[in-house]
Ligand binder design. Structure first.
Ligand code: PAF
Length: 298
C-alpha cells in the first residue's frame, strides 16, 4: 500500500489527508522548517456529518524525502517550486501530484523535476481551517487526475485508493481543461471577496451585482476561448459559480484570508492567468482587481 505524503498542511491538504486516513491509507505530512518543533501530531477533522475525527500523523521533514512514496502538493502556488527544491533526496521514481490552486507552474515543475512522474490533481472538495490543526470538510466535490509527462501516465492505478477515500475520482487525458474549469470559479470569487473583504456568500448582495456580472463575463470569455469546443455554456458557468457561492456562503475565500492576514495571495496564478491569456478580450475588472490586490500585498 502506497504511503501518501502531503506537502502543504492547508485546509484542503488536511481534508484529503483525513479522508485517506479514515479509509486506512498511510498518510504523512511533509513539513517545512518553520514547523519543526511546532508540529501538532493530531489533526482534528470535522467530517461532513459533523463528527470529530482525530488523525494521528507522522511529521516528515526534507531529510526524510528519500522515503517518500507518493507526494501530493497542496502548498500555495508561489511556494510549490521552493518547496520542491528543498526535497533534493526525493527518489526520481516518486510520483508528484500537484493539487495547488491556479495555473502557470507546469513548465517550471517539469524543468525542476524532469525524471519524476508528474501529475495534476484538480479537487473541488470544500475545506476550511478553523484553527491550525482543526479542519472542517465543508463540501463533497470531485477529483480529477491527469499526467503532466509520460512517466505520469503510468500512475493511473492511484485512482482506485483515491476514489475509495474521496468518492468521485477520475482520470482525464486533458487535465488542463479541468484546471481551467476550477480556475474560472476562483478568478471570480477570490479577487472580488479579497478586494471587498467579504465572505463568499456576500457576493450575492445587490451592491456587487454589476461587478459580479462583469467579472463573470470577462472570465467566461477568456476561459471559453481557451477551452474551444470543450467550453461550457455561459449559463452553465453561471450556475456552477452560483452553486459554489451558495455551498461556501459562510466561507472566506483563500485569497480573502491571505490578504486580510497580510500574507501573499495567489493572484498571479489565478487572475494573472486570465490577464495573460486575455489576448485582446477586454478584462478591465480583472485588471483593476489584480492591480489593487498587488498594491495591498506590497
Ligand atoms: O480558493 C478558495 O477559497 C476556494 O477555491 C473557493 C471555491 C473560492 C471557496 O472559497
Amino acid at each position: 500500500m502506497t504511503e501518501w505524503t502531503i506537502l502543504g498542511a492547508g485546509a484542503l491538504g488536511c481534508v484529503i489527508a483525513g479522508q485517506l486516513h479514515q479509509k486506512g491509507e498511510r498518510v504523512g505530512f511533509m513539513l517545512s522548517e518553520r514547523h519543526r518543533g511546532h508540529f501538532h501530531p493530531n489533526l482534528d477533522l470535522i467530517t461532513l456529518s459533523g463528527r470529530h475525527q482525530l488523525i494521528q500523523s507522522q511529521p516528515r521533514f526534507p531529510e526524510h524525502a528519500r522515503k517518500v512514496e507518493c507526494l501530493m502538493v497542496f502548498t500555495k502556488a508561489y511556494h510549490v517550486l521552493g518547496a520542491l527544491k528543498e526535497l533534493q533526496h526525493l527518489p526520481k521514481s516518486t510520483p508528484i501530484i500537484l493539487f495547488n490552486n491556479g495555473m502557470g507552474l507546469t513548465e517550471q515543475v517539469k524543468e525542476l523535476m524532469p525524471d519524476n512522474p508528474l501529475l495534476v490533481g484538480v479537487c473541488s472538495h470544500g475545506a476550511m481551517k478553523e484553527q491550525d490543526w482543526l479542519v472542517r470538510h465543508t463540501g463533497k466535490g470531485e477529483t480529477w487526475l491527469g499526467a503532466l509527462n509520460e512517466a505520469g501516465k503510468e500512475w493511473t492505478h492511484l485512482l482506485k485508493p483515491l476514489a475509495a477515500s474521496l468518492g468521485h475520482c477520475e482520470w482525464s487525458d486533458d487535465i488542463a481543461l479541468h484546471q481551467r474549469h476550477k480556475l474560472a470559479v476562483n478568478a471570480v470569487i477570490n479577487p472580488l471577496t479579497a478586494y471587498n473583504n467579504i465572505s463568499n456568500g456576500q457576493l450575492v448582495e445587490p451592491r456587487f451585482h454589476d461587478v459580479l456580472e462583469q467579472l463573470t463575463d470577462e472570465v467566461y470569455q477568456v476561459i471559453a476561448r481557451l477551452n474551444g469546443s470543450d467550453a461550457e455554456s455561459k449559463d452553465a458557468f453561471r450556475r456552477r459559480l452560483q452553486q459554489v457561492i451558495e455551498e461556501t456562503a459562510i466561507n472566506y475565500s483563500s485569497m480573502q484570508q491571505d490578504l486580510a492576514n497580510g500574507r501573499k495571495t495567489e493572484i498571479d496564478y489565478i487572475t494573472g492567468f486570465i490577464l495573460k491569456h486575455a489576448d485582446g478580450i477586454p478584462v478591465p475588472v480583472s485588471q483593476q482587481l489584480y492591480d489593487e490586490i498587488k498594491r495591498r500585498e506590497a
